[in-house]
Design a protein around this ligand. Structure first.
Ligand code: FES
Ligand code: MG
Length: 593
């Protein structure tokens, strides 16, 4: 304890040690004594450290945090702090209807209230499953008390008949094989279960691995903390060190806004490209940045990230899984490779351990160049996102690094115009419409079609559905066409390898251009120019706009829960982070008097 070196009183002392207001102090303190804490502990100026617990029986990906919290507590106590563990709203990506993304902002709101309203001097954010990471980082950004993130870690590698099977990714593959009649229902279920062999989050480079790695790249985790598999001994050891470190961060008054600067976000964008990170990353990082007041948009993602090569050979873009990534050196080894090539824009950005990311990672060893490539021998060049614009939307992103050879040959590489293609639009209004009609022969879908999903954005399908990666009709798959170009105002699972045009903003439900599109229209995509347009005359578009307004706008399904209605009334678009617009006016609220 270095209470003497501290400049100001701890925040918690306003609750627990305020002789000017003995009545309130007594009320605040007495219940916290009733399970064995002593008055001396609570009034001695020890930092009170929250453990924002995302694990529960409802959240299997993060459930191991319930065990790891013991080591967090031990670390906090060893450093002279007092741990206060409390539950966060559960968010299980694979278990929540209609989509876990609906709950990100709800978990954010409730954590803001907990951090602001209780006597906490610092907090450990227990992150993991997809939306838990952004929800907790967003709340830490808004409140701005000292905070450190701690990953639950990925699952062990999945294996099936001697081959690595990655969580999520195998489901997309197996569904195609089931559709093609190559496997039956039982084998499909067996394959799915084999991809999830232990506690932890998805072992592929999906949204969870991406967001946990980016939390480290942003500087919010200790170096090396993201990639350690959940069951490994190092995971518990890292918990202990994280618990110790947050106490010191309180003493140093090192807060989220000091770490998550514009420079830190630029580093994270570059690391995301090198990882082959999820298309959900721009949504979530843009959201965290907005709550901090750091300017960040999808143009930044293209400008800063597109030219960066893919270094990490993990599914879905590559072949390996989470254990392999950890053994190869994890995020520090990736950062070291980027630094060697001069690709990390801000090595001086400060991190949670008080040192810069450059100091932390410069000497990190790449222990397996098959898993983490050197920048001179990447898996692919230009692995970042491109930000498309046109009369269909103002912004939609595409991950070009997952474009397959088959797709490239069929749609791109035309002599004379190598990065552009045109197709006939087949329009679906939401996932149910797609499932009903995709195999309908009347649509006459062929390889010159572009599948369009609308009504799947934050307002159309509350939370924005992960449904834009649409598989072609069975009759096309049987003919060897495994992917058609897809466009949509929804999202795509980070574990899917489809080369889709995603997160289109504004969405159809709020009057975006997609609402005017009709099946049969021609669409032109030009990746070089960054354009996506429907080839429909302005007169015709104006007539459709009028007709749509007369019909009362693009129809959306009814709300199913109160939160759906509340969120729909105030949510922003995917390109703007899908944040609750009124919440962005509240910044660094713990500092306000
Ligand atoms: Fe929880 Fe993938 S479903 S991490
Ligand atoms: Mg997902």
């Amino acid at each position: 304890m270095t209470q003497g070196s501290r400049k100001t009183r701890l925040r918690s002392q306003q609750w627990f040690d305020n002789p000017d207001n003995p009545g309130m102090t007594a009320l605040y303190i007495e219940r916290y004594l009733n399970y064995g804490l002593t008055r001396a502990e609570l009034q001695s100026g020890k930092p009170l450290i929250g453990i924002a617990q995302t694990g529960s029986d409802l959240s299997p990906c993060n459930r191991h945090h319930m065990e790891l919290a013991k080591r967090l507590r031990a670390g906090i106590e060893a450093a002279g702090g007092i741990p206060f563990e409390f539950p966060c709203h559960p968010i299980q990506e694979t278990g929540k209807r209609p989509t876990a993304a609906l709950d990100r902002n709800l978990a954010y709101l409730s954590l803001v209230e907990a951090l602001y309203g209780y006597p906490l001097d610092g907090v450990v954010l227990t992150i993991g499953c997809d939306k838990t990471t952004p929800a907790l980082l967003m709340a830490a950004a808004t409140v701005n008390i000292p905070a450190i993130a701690f990953s639950v870690g990925p699952m062990l590698n999945g294996w099936y008949r001697g081959k690595r099977v990655g969580s999520g990714t195998i489901i997309w593959e197996a569904r195609e094989r089931l559709a093609a009649g190559e496997i039956d229902y039982d084998e499909f279920m067996e394959l799915a279960a084999s991809s999830a062999p232990s506690v932890g989050y998805c072992n592929t480079m999906g949204t969870a691995s991406t967001m946990n790695a980016l939390a480290e790249a942003l500087g919010m985790q200790l170096p090396g903390a993201a990639a350690i598999p959940a069951p490994y001994r190092e995971r518990g050891q890292m918990a202990y060190e994280t618990g110790q470190r947050i106490v010191a961060m309180v003493e140093e008054d090192l807060k989220p806004a000091d770490i998550m600067t514009r420079e830190a976000f630029e580093n994270a964008i570059v690391v995301n490209s090198a990882l082959g990170g999820s298309t959900n990353a721009p949504i979530h990082l843009n959201a965290v940045a907005r709550h901090l007041g750091v300017p960040l948009d999808n143009d930044d993602w293209q400008r800063i990230g597109h030219h960066v090569p893919l270094l990490v050979n993990m599914q879905p873009a590559g072949e390996y899984l989470g254990e392999d990534f950890h053994r190869a050196g994890g995020v520090p080894a990736v950062v070291a490779e980027l630094m060697k090539a001069g690709l990390l824009p801000h090595p001086d950005a400060k991190t949670a351990n008080g040192r810069s990311i450059g100091e932390n990672c410069r000497e990190a060893e790449n222990r397996d160049p098959r898993v983490i490539r050197a920048a001179g021998e990447p898996l692919r060049e230009n692995a970042g996102f491109i930000n498309l614009k046109g009369n269909l939307f103002d912004s939609a992103i595409m991950k070009t690094s997952v474009i397959s050879q088959e797709f490239r040959q069929r749609y791109l590489e035309n002599p004379g115009d190598p990065m552009a293609f045109e197709g006939r639009a087949i329009v679906f209004d939401g996932p149910e419409d797609y499932h009903e009609r995709i195999d309908d022969p009347a649509l006459a879908i062929d390889e010159n079609c572009i599948l369009v999903m609308r009504g799947a954005g934050p307002v159309g399908y509350p939370g924005a559905a992960e449904v834009v990666n649409m598989r072609p009709p069975d009759y096309l798959i049987k003919r060897g066409v495994h992917a058609l170009p897809c466009i949509g105002d929804g999202r795509q699972s980070g574990t899917s390898a489809s080369p889709s045009i995603l997160n289109a903003s504004p969405e159809a439900a709020v009057g975006g251009g997609l609402a005017l599109l009709r099946t049969g229209d021609r669409i032109r995509i030009d990746l070089d120019k960054g354009r996506a347009d429907m080839l429909v005359s302005e007169d015709e578009l104006e007539a459709r706009r009028k007709a749509l307004a007369e019909a009362g706008g693009y129809a959306i399904p009814d709300h199913q829960t109160p939160w759906q209605e509340i969120q729909r009334a105030m949510v922003d678009q995917l390109a703007q982070g899908m944040v609750l617009k009124p919440a962005t006016a509240y910044r660094r609220i713990a500092q306000e008097k």
